[in-house]
Design a protein around this ligand. Sequence first.
Ligand code: FPP
Length: 376
Amino acid sequence: MSRAFVDARPSATSSTTTATATARARRPSSRGGQSSRRGSRNVARRASTWREDAAGDEAREHSRVHLPFGGARADETASPSPSPSMSGWDGDDDDASTREFPSLFGFSGLFGVPRGAISRWDSKPTPLRGLTEEQVPKHVAVIMDGNSRWAERRQLPRTIGHERGVNALRGVVKCCVSWSVHTLTVFAFSQENWGRNQMEVEELMALVETTMRDELPLLVKEGVRVEVIGDLSKVNVGVREAVTRAVEATKENDALRLVIALSYGGRQDIVQAARALARKVAAGEIHPDDIDEDAISVHLSTHDPDAAANDARFTQAPDLLIRTSGEQRLSNFLLWDLAYTELYFANTMWPEFGEAELRRAIHAYAKRDRRFGGRA
Ligand code: FPP
């Protein structure tokens, strides 16, 4: 049976994840424990955030909510032509950059550009060619970096950069659906991002809430299932409600699992997993020697029970991490999970990352020799 709820309570025990905000929706997997998405792509439904209270500390209750992404609605799309992000333009193209903006927050009007989304659901990505199924990453993680620099270089408000970032995300999601990537995990807002100025934080949260609401019908239609990981106790009620709605509405989808890291930090995730295990030891439920890599993996917010049916250490982890904007660091993203992930750094600013760039990253991945510490 599926269920979903949001629960936000202050915690007496934690300074890093000070409250619990949980939205869960689970249903039994209908694919008989098979972790591969090829052929069958059902993934267990669940949504929960970091649990600090001992009462909610049973195994497999993780920091997970499901939420959508997005921007302007497809039916608002002004131009039928492919977007810069979807056509894969690499360099700066100021005309393209300022020609079409999403209608969020009315900025389109401010800059005298047509309202409308840039990446359209109805413009189909070109199929991936020349790759075997094994060469396509099952799980892609993305640090969507460079929104602000992209905007600053065009003397545009930072918010426009973030809005364009949403458009780029839409295009990448579309490619992942089309190319049979099973899971896409994106870093939407880090724990450290709370330290940005209040206005930018509020703008980002408003963007998350608005785009979740606006994109939801299309996400449902396209079969995207949304999950969210992170400390949602810090986000406002509007965002949490939008998250819960999206989780519920997409929970039966299986074309793509879209995991949005929101108010997320890799270290904090490991901390909450350690606490959960410590509580089990204290309660006599497990012995300290029972704590191994698998035990930690299943207590992380990133845990995917379906993937774990095979090997929790690897099958649930990203195969490929992409970071845009030329920066080459992890910035506290998925620290445990990225242990054996292939890293790919693109110079493109996130608002301009599109089909061509994703295709390039996947082809680069296909050439990697993954040994997981062993020998070929
Ligand atoms: C990094 O740019 C990007 C972010 C902090 C936010 C990314 C968020 C989105 C694209 C919106 C996602 C929305 C949903 C609903 C998932 P930056 O400002 O750090 O850029 P800089 O490196 O140039 O300073």
